[in-house]
Write a protein that binds this ligand. Structure first.
Ligand code: ADP
Length: 217
């Protein structure tokens, strides 16, 4: 199956783009959503998190206590690494499971931190698409959709890849800055969707032809 990696900084608009692609027939595998599911009450990662951090890392209903974890991680960078060491393998397994079960025109992995783990992602993807946005617009968008303060948003942005390194990894770029209207965003996404459909069918035919000729992949 033809595979796209869709990424962008917080508030860049990647969820909005992903929703449009799904509407047009792409299948989504969203790693943030997987992480949320695994760390919800009774989530598959919770026993391992409790073993690593103790019961104080859990809310009374048994979900990950995000506020506690965020606080710990800001005062001790090791905490973030320890949480990642617990979460990454389980997220990876579930991502793989969903990808293997996927049907549809092509597959889109929505990965906020794709560029941060580029060596792992690059070989799994046919294209990397970056939703690009200037930092001020990111902050304005995230402020209006969440209760986060500007300082908290800036801290999240500082922990993410720089805009330039994201663009460097991109095969395709969608510009979604402060001057981009929802219609302009949709038009760019549609152009790429059409291109990926063509690439997906060409790649599929080539793979089939190679298979018929008995040539290994
Ligand atoms: P991300 O998933 O990258 O964090 P979202 O897709 O959730 O970003 O977008 C952040 C917020 O900004 C959402 O409320 C979204 O509807 C809004 N938004 C994104 N792009 C635009 C745009 N071009 N015009 C207006 N609002 C936008």
């Amino acid at each position: 199956m033809f595979k796209i990696g869709l990424t962008g900084g917080i508030g860049s608009g990647k969820t909005r783009v992903a929703d449009m692609l799904a509407e047009w027939g792409a299948t989504l595998v969203d790693t943030d959503e997987i992480a949320r599911m695994l760390t919800a009450a009774n989530g598959a990662a919770m026993p391992a998190i409790e073993r690593e951090f103790g019961p104080r890392a859990l809310t009374p209903d048994g979900a990950l206590d995000r506020a506690w974890m965020r606080e710990q991680a800001f005062s001790d960078p090791q905490v973030r690494l320890r949480l990642e060491a617990v979460l990454h393998p389980v997220i990876g397994q579930e991502t793989e499971r969903q990808a293997n079960a996927a049907a549809g025109a092509y597959l889109v992995f929505v990965v906020p931190l794709l560029v941060e783990s580029l060596p792992r992602w690059r070989p799994r993807l046919d294209r990397i698409c970056v939703v690009d946005c200037d930092p001020d617009t990111q902050i304005a968008r995230v402020r209006s959709r969440s209760g986060l303060t500007e300082a908290a948003i800036r801290r999240i942005m500082a922990a993410q890849a720089a805009r330039a390194s994201r663009l460097e990894a991109a095969d395709d770029v969608i510009i979604n800055d402060g001057a981009t209207s929802p219609e302009q965003l949709r038009a760019q996404a549609k152009t790429l969707h059409d291109r990926w459909l063509t690439l997906a069918s060409t790649t599929g035919r080539q793979a089939q032809a190679q298979g018929q000729a008995g040539t290994p992949d």
